[in-house]
Design a protein around this ligand. Sequence first.
Ligand SMILES: [Zn+2]
Length: 278
Amino acid sequence: MPELPEVETMCRGLNKILNLGKNKERIIIEGMEFKRGNIRSKIPQKQLRSIIGQKLLPIRRRAKYLIFPTEMGSLLNHLGMTGYWREYNGEPLLKHDHFLINFSNGKALVFNDARRFGVIDYLSPQSEASNIWLKHLGVEPLSTDFNAEYLFNKLKKRSGFLKNIIMDQKLVVGVGNIYASEALFLAKVHPKKNANKLNLKMCQSLVISIKEILKKALASGGSTIRDFRQAGGELGYFARELKVYGRSGQVCTACASTIKSEILGGRSTFWCPKCQKK
Ligand SMILES: [Zn+2]
């Protein structure tokens, strides 16, 4: 499943394809083509068509959603499990190409989603805080809002395994399963530590680790091993640099202990029993 770094990579890739952002080219949405009426949910065709003729502003990311903004509302997209965008040049469509959008600069994009867990929806102007998909989302992990004090104040009210709690999207978005194990290893904190037992210093260390892991993943285009292609079509390379995730039974790169794993909250969890203290 695409995680935050992959979605951010895709966001940057799309702005690059469309030449949006830095050069501030004026691009008008010229048309849309709907190959099916629904993906995970119904596609609101009429509302989306209302932004045809509008100027497209640079594409943004919020959590794992992509927002194609105009002043009259936005196209809101989630990649789901297998969704991706690619530049469309008029070639015959592929199986699972569900939606096309074309622009005044001659560029076009197509959304492909084999498993159809993705979302294409309309977001009315200034409605992010009340939108059904976005209103419950916590702070962005790479923003200054996500800091040691914030994490400490949230965690002191929570009990349960730390790893499950840092993956709660209402607390902070984008700490997916792979990143949670890797960040906890980097911060030297055990995934089964009780969340309310973290002191401010540990929170500081964990915040820094989460940001570092996500930035590293971002620099290499994401971590997902299967089912994901960047806008340019390359697989992410972060997968090769994982320290604990997927390494059960192998030796720790820091201390040579054997990496352990267990299912926590329904998700595979990996840690070094020596480096990570409970
Ligand atoms: Zn170790």
